[in-house]
Design a protein around this ligand. Structure first.
Ligand code: ZN
Length: 267
């Protein structure tokens, strides 16, 4: 089968992982800018990171026949240092113009703090001005519902950003309904411990249907699985879902969302 992983942090993965993706049918990945597992101490570190995402990683992926796109942004966990966040926000526009950058991401909230909200506001304004796609990170655990609502209200108060051009990621059972109702895309993340399992993701597709949903592994530097998307496809197959529906969820859906950016072109 053919599949796209719309949220995977390949800079943290090995060449063996690239090979596994390629031989399993994942020939397109998109990598959001995120937290490195520690707080970076200077804007120069972000400059190097954005270079890695836009230059080094697409070249590494191409060696395995994989097309690598990315998203640029300041993640919420590093928005607390106001001086540093200002410097990083000033860097972002020049990277957004690069040819494999699809838009702003993953931006959003982590603890729903004032500084996080401020950095998100600034980046949403940039997306609105430039008409860029947006990939949203929602808080984990108990802050998720509140954070998701704050984020959606912020986006809906900006008429230049259309909800169908925003994917709200790490959605769970208690947030999917509201995200869908408001016209956004939603992402289901498969993470061995803290986020969803293949079974939960397939349950959600069965309840809410196949519209405006993308499934991703979010594989990164922590315990995670770059083939989690395909394991979920297999769970759908095991439950008797037709191949056409599986293809829609894992290939056509991400292609439709990502294809709203003119830089994204795949067969
Ligand atoms: Zn991520």
């Amino acid at each position: 089968m053919k599949a796209i992983d719309p949220h995977i942090h390949m800079i943290s993965r090995t060449t063996d992982d690239y090979l596994k993706l390629a031989v399993s049918g994942i020939h397109v990945v998109t990598e959001p800018a995120f937290w490195a597992g520690y707080d970076r101490c200077s804007a120069g570190s972000f400059r190097d990171y954005f270079h890695q995402l836009t230059v080094a990683e697409p070249a590494r992926a191409a060696r395995f026949g994989i097309r690598h796109y990315c998203w640029i942004g300041l993640n919420s966990k590093e928005a607390e240092d106001i001086e540093l966040s200002e410097e990083v926000l000033a860097l972002i526009p020049e990277y957004l113009d690069r040819e494999t950058v699809l838009g702003l991401g993953e931006i959003g909230l982590n603890k729903n703090s004032r500084n996080e909200i401020r950095a998100l506001e600034r980046q949403l304004a940039l997306a609105a001005e430039r008409n860029d796609l947006v990939l949203i990170h929602t808080p984990h655990l108990e802050d998720k519902l509140k954070g998701t609502r704050i984020i959606m209200d912020m986006i809906l108060s900006e008429p230049r950003i259309k909800p169908e051009r925003v994917l709200i990621d790490h959605a769970e059972e208690h947030t999917i309904g509201e995200i869908r109702e408001k016209g956004f895309w939603y992402g289901l993340t498969l993470y061995p411990h803290s986020k969803g399992s293949p079974e939960r993701a397939v349950d959600a597709v069965e309840i809410y249907g196949p519209d405006r949903v993308c499934i991703n592994s979010s594989a990164d530097w922590s315990v995670s699985d770059p083939l989690a998307t395909l394991k979920t496809a297999n769970e759908m197959r095991r439950r008797g879902h037709p191949e056409e529906l599986i293809n829609r969820i894992f290939y056509e859906n991400p292609k439709s969302f990502l294809g709203q950016c003119p830089k994204f072109h795949i067969a």
